[in-house]
Ligand binder design. Sequence first.
Ligand code: CMP
Length: 892
Amino acid sequence: MIELGSTILFAGLPAVEQARLLAELQELSLPAGAVVFHKGDPGDALYIVRSGLAESRTGAGGPGAAILGFFEPGNNFGEMALLNDEPRSATVIALTDVELWMLPRARFERLVRETPGVSLALARLLSDRLRASAQRVSRMHREFDLAAEEKYAALSPDQQRFLRRTAPLDPVPVELAARALDGVDAGHVLQELASQVPFVSPDGHAVYRYHSLFRELLLDKLRAELSEGERQTWLSELGETAGAMGEIGLAVCLLAEAGRVTEAVHLAVSRGKALLEAGRLDEVDTLLSTLPSTIDTALGSLADLRAELLVARGHPADAVEVLEEAMHRDSAVDGPGNGDGAMESDSAAEGGGRLLRARRLAELSFQLGRTREGRRWLREAGASDAGGDAIDDVATLPVAPSAFSGLMTLASLSGLRRASTAAGALGGRGVSRPLGITLSVLFLFFFLLAPPPPTLSLPAFRALGVLVAALPLVVFSVLADHLVALLMLVAWAGLGLVPVRTALAGFATSGWFLVLGVLGVGVALARTGLLYRLVLALIERVPARHVPLTLTLVAAGLIFSPVMPNATGRTALAAPLVPELAGALGYTPRSRGSAVLGMAVLLGFGQLCSLFLTGSSSGLLVHSLLPVASRARFGWGYWFVAALPLHVVMFALTYVVMLLALRPEAASMRSRETVRAQRRILGPMTRAEYIATAILVLLLIAFVLGPPLKLDPAWAAVLAMVVLGAANVLDANGFKSGINWAFLIFFGAMLSLGDVFRTLGVDAWLAGAAAAPLTPLVKSPTLFLIAVGVMGYVLNLVVRWQAACVLMTLVLVPVTSPLGIEPWVIGITALVTTNMWFLPYQSTIYQALYYGTEERAFTHKQVQPIALAYGVACLVGLAVSVPFWRAMGLMP
Ligand code: CMP
């Protein structure tokens, strides 16, 4: 049996790609004589022969069918239907027992799109097939010509002349032939010819048709018989006769062939208009599609006709495209030196045509709500100024005046949308975007015009306003996150609210560099194939079912957490595992199964980090803020025990909701055989993999030794990336396109947010304002903790985790300590409740996962219920922990 690397299509793929692909191929065995598919079946997969022999046949593949091709091991078939989106072009039959691989259509398409090597191999294969067909056709052509010449020679001179003269007709109406060849009984002649020559056959009532190859032969003979001038005259005569008889399609072709292109076009257009008015749209289609290739339908009045046909079919936007192209092309054709190339060189008429076309474009643009374009076309159509006259003109357009103001508003918004789409950065849809923009502008004005509260300075108030105005842009997906983040930086620095140095402070933190380093290392690991090797090892050992798999991921994250105290960096490092694992289990991107894997990584590597003192830098920070006595009491072990019930509840509830909400589809069971085959393809570890492994191990050691040695893990991570770069394991391309720079920009801006707010005192003000209403609740510990939790959620909407948990601890501990509540209880409550991800922008951990999986693991919408469940689970966890903490003497 053949390996994937020996197939024509996939031989050039890198080993990792082959191993990944193998996971998605389905195996199929068929006995000799079985039909793989029939001609006309829908095309849903590509087939690759692993062993045995198959052949493609014309038609249903029955006894009379011709053989088109053989497929032996390594060959593929069934690609044509996938490429041209049509039914199967032939029947394929197994000649011997065959083993096949089936590659589903969606994966095939992705492969072709993403892998130039596969596209190239496919193109080569098809051109080989085309060449073979061409050779076969030319052989057939020669044989045909011999046979046709023989038949032709056997006819009488009159019959021969009749055939030559009527050859330009396709088909040949008896009446038309009779009129053109005065005095000949065309009906009789054709009937006789049909009985003598197999290439002449009746085609409906009083119409005959010549075989296309025979017709070509006859046309050659006509050319030999007549001079060019005489031939054109004859074609003209035929065309006029056809026109007079109402055979417009034929007439247009004949006139065009006779060199009378302008008349042909006029005839086609006037016929087309009449058909259009009569509502016979299909006939207009036929008319347009049978025009000879010498007539360009993208130009002049034919373009107008096509546009009107599109309008009549309810596609005005397509019509606008056609008309715009015509405008563009016509002006190019009208240019110097091209004059005689214009089909309608009557420039006065065409000038008028342009005017009408511009007006039509204006009408359609307004109908589509594209006000700006509408005005531009009106201007082109002659209205001198777009402000006054154009608007007057608009009133005469077929748009209800009352609807017009609404259209204008919509149009300006949609204009904005198009402009931004062109910038290539947007994700929002429908009405949500205008809503986001409106809210953002309203907030901005409010914060610019309203006076600040007495305890907040004006710059602080405005800096807060910038954030509040930015939120709707993110929440309603008006702009990509990183663009909103940049806008915020511009506003803070540009409005002079804080020094530039402060606005950009986040980019000058070691946290930013840690994530940069980790992302770079992650790209290198994925590209070498090491990560895929790891995934294979995992699925060889763990049953391919959700519960064991996700629990394994969570456990891996929890083991990793205490040794690498940066949750965002850790999650970023684990993120590329998700698409690899999903692919290996046969999940399509963003499927429910893939989302579940993503969520397991989020929980294990990110969200549950506060279970450990060293699970996150925020945890370490909160610990360092506790009074000396608390700090001494809460060492690593004590912290773990005290935090355990809270985290068990948080995990259990979220996990159950995750499985219920996402209901993952079953993983396609990989046989051990397949995994072994995948391993075989990967072969022994490569040099790049060895280097990547060594670097990864060293990096992990640096992470573990970091805290006790006071070594910042950021520098280890950046150094690791540099070494991988120097060894060319992370090449320039991986550095440029593999690392998610958009996320890094967003991340840096979010880090800056903390500095900006701290400098201006916004953070303390917010925390103070939130703490005030809590004080009366202190009497009921459970209620109080839940209220603190809710405060955390609210604070987390505007202040990111690392700052919010510190703030809450600082503000609340002085209030609660005298009441006998252990400061750590406040600290851990703050830690878990300010680490939410209800909204994607809230959490850099969540963002690191989302972008680290190249947005392939899940959609925001898919996981929103899980985020909510997580929020509720935190509160339940706090309530459950109260008696436990009381028993430990941490609460009164
Ligand atoms: P598809 O059209 O999807 O299904 C029938 C398959 O037969 C087709 O893809 C090709 O893979 C194969 N096939 C069709 N025509 C030829 C040909 N002329 N020579 C070889 N193979 C062919």
